[in-house]
Design a protein. Structure first.
Length: 589
């Protein structure tokens, strides 16, 4: 019977390194070059200790087969080639990183757009935005700079180990005794860091949400003089981030310190054991020097890998939050299903039970039934919280009922293509949201393929053309963020033009005039009369005086069912719930 939920992926299943690395698959050719250059530059680095050892042994033996300046010149040439490779590699890596981030952001944004409304009820805007920005950035760093440095350190470390074993197997065993405890530290410390970093990312999302809400509603903050209070609220959110980040920092530092201690302990063993080998004649001074340099290379690489490991764990935490969205399957898809050849506009809600997924303890509709004939105007009235707007949301299939069905022309809307369904319903809400774009772009949002003439015709029908052309830039005038440059009545008329641009068979008015002054309401009501002609109309009513002309009025009483149904005069004559609502509203006015 339907239901609501966000589907799989909501729990945020931990992401493995393989899933993280798979993001770089389209950059395989570029990463192959990066890998080759890393091998080349690492080989140059590994040649240096051997050259130093050879110079020392030649000096001790006073050999003249080659001079120190010849060795220095050869190494300088290798270092020059290494620098060129590093510069090219850095450019390729940064460009690849930006390409990965762009694809990941696009995939994440597309996934966000696919989610059903119930998902957005549970996720705050700031947290969603933080996933698109900070989380993606952290994943990008893990896949480029961190992994590149990690591979370089791994190559140098492995190459160093090979050279150590080749030069002196017994001494190599002494120097490498630190590796097992380091591996254990990475294993257990990494899990701790990953979990703590996930908590940090969630706290950052909360912080972003506080900032986004307060900045976007700065006028409300200002008129209530709550600037200082909001500063404290943001400070509390920042403090939470700090406290959780401190836990990550402590765990990372303990891991880093442990690794360094283990590495240096190995080097101490090399000095002691290797010194005795030189004294006994089993190793030359040059070989011990080269060995010490290789051991140092291995130690530095291991220590650097610890830092890389921490950053990769952070990237895994961020990617868990990203892929929890990408992998989430919405219960209501954005497309797919039947498309009716013709739409008459008959609407039926049959024995519907509904609770919002974010408020499952509140039964909003309970056995709700309503039949609206094609072409009829049906007003839905009732006290606040009785479920009036919920009916509008179900008609648009923003949610599915827990039980029962919503039908269009006798067909269950769950069988219909959701995108097609919503194009058949022109919705005008109480607080119309306009985008920070031109008036024409906002109207064309209702039909992206509409011509300029069609946009103007919709504006004329909505009584918006006259005030639009009075602006210096006419239809190209910018409305500001959320339409703040326009009055409430102007925003509402643009919203009406947007709703009818696609010529829908059904018009859904969700308290469309309740927030307007008398003059604006008159202009909007006049526009609505023209829009409603020949269409099925569902009007969620706040001002009951505005629905006298409705063909039928469904009255909700808070029980989740239709308490009364009939024309305005019929319901007034009954002296029931509707008349009581009208009386109370008249008293208030």
């Amino acid at each position: 019977e339907g239901g609501s939920g966000s589907g799989a992926g909501e729990e945020g299943k931990p992401v493995g390194v393989g899933r993280l690395v798979s993001l770089a698959r389209p950059e395989a050719a570029r990463f192959a070059f990066v890998l080759a250059s890393l091998l080349g530059t690492s080989a140059v680095s590994l040649a240096f200790p051997a050259a130093i050892g050879g110079v020392l042994d030649s000096a001790v033996a006073q050999s003249t087969s080659w001079t120190p300046w010849q060795v220095a010149g050869g190494m300088a040439a290798l270092f020059a080639a290494q620098s060129v490779l590093m510069a090219v590699r850095g450019s390729v890596l940064k460009i690849s990183g930006e390409r990965i981030a762009a694809r990941l952001r696009q995939a994440l944004f597309d996934a966000i757009m696919r989610q059903d409304v119930a998902w957005f009820d549970r996720h705050r805007t700031g947290d969603v935005m933080n996933r698109l920005t900070a989380d993606v950035q952290m994943v990008q760093n893990s896949l480029t700079n961190n992994i590149a440095m990690g591979l370089r350190n791994a190559f140098v470390g492995v190459g160093g180990v090979v050279m150590l074993v080749h030069m002196a197997p017994t001494l190599a065993a002494v120097s490498l005794v630190a590796i097992p405890p380091i591996a254990l530290g990475w294993r257990y410390g990494g899990n701790i860091i990953k979990k703590r970093q996930l908590a940090v990312q969630e706290a950052l999302g909360d912080t972003a949400n506080v900032a986004e809400e307060r900045v976007s509603n700065i006028r409300t903050v200002r008129v209530f003089a709550q600037e200082l209070a909001e500063g404290r609220r943001y400070g509390d959110a920042v403090q939470t981030v700090y406290e959780r980040s401190r836990g990550v920092a402590i765990a990372s530092s303990i891991l880093d310190g442990t690794v360094h201690f283990a590495v240096n302990l190995g080097l101490c063993g090399v000095i002691g054991y290797g010194g005795n080998m030189v004294l006994s004649g089993d190793m030359s001074v040059g070989d011990l020097t080269a060995f010490m340099l290789y051991a140092t290379y291995c130690g530095v690489s291991l220590a650097s890998l610890a830092g890389t490991f921490v950053d990769v764990m952070k990237g895994l935490s961020a990617s868990t939050r990203i892929f929890s969205v990408i992998d989430s399957t919405p219960s209501i898809p954005i497309s797919g299903g039947r498309v009716l050849e013709t739409v008459r506009g008959q609407l039926t809600l049959r024995d519907v039970d509904f609770r919002y997924p974010s408020r499952t303890d509140v039964q909003v509709l309970n056995g709700f039934s309503l039949d609206i004939p094609a072409g009829a105007t049906c007003a839905i009235a009732g006290p606040s919280g009785s479920g009036k707007s919920t009916v509008a949301a179900l008609l648009n299939r923003l949610y599915d009922p827990e039980r029962g069905a919503v039908l269009l022309d006798g067909v269950d809307v769950r069988e219909l293509d959701p995108s097609w369904l919503r194009r058949q319903i022109g919705t005008v809400s109480q607080d119309p949201i306009l985008f920070s774009a031109s008036i024409a772009e906002n109207i064309r949002y209702g039909n992206p393929h509409a011509t300029d003439a069609e946009v103007e015709e919709a504006a004329r029908t909505a009584n918006a053309h006259q005030f639009i052309v009075s602006f210096p830039d006419g239809y190209d005038s910018l409305v500001g963020e959320r339409g703040v440059q326009l009055s409430g009545g102007q925003r509402q008329r643009i919203s009406i033009a947007r709703a009818i641009l696609g010529d829908p068979a059904i018009v859904c008015l969700d308290e469309a005039t309740s927030a307007l002054d008398a003059e604006s309401e008159h202009a909007v009501q006049d526009a609505l009369q023209k829009v409603m002609a020949g269409r099925t109309v569902v009007s969620v009513a706040h001002r009951l005086s505005s629905i006298k002309a409705a063909d039928m009025i469904a009255v909700l009483d808070g029980s989740g069912r239709v308490a009364e149904l009939g024309a305005y005069d019929e319901l007034i004559a009954k002296e029931g719930v509707f008349k009581d609502l009208v009386h109370r509203q008249l008293v208030v006015q």
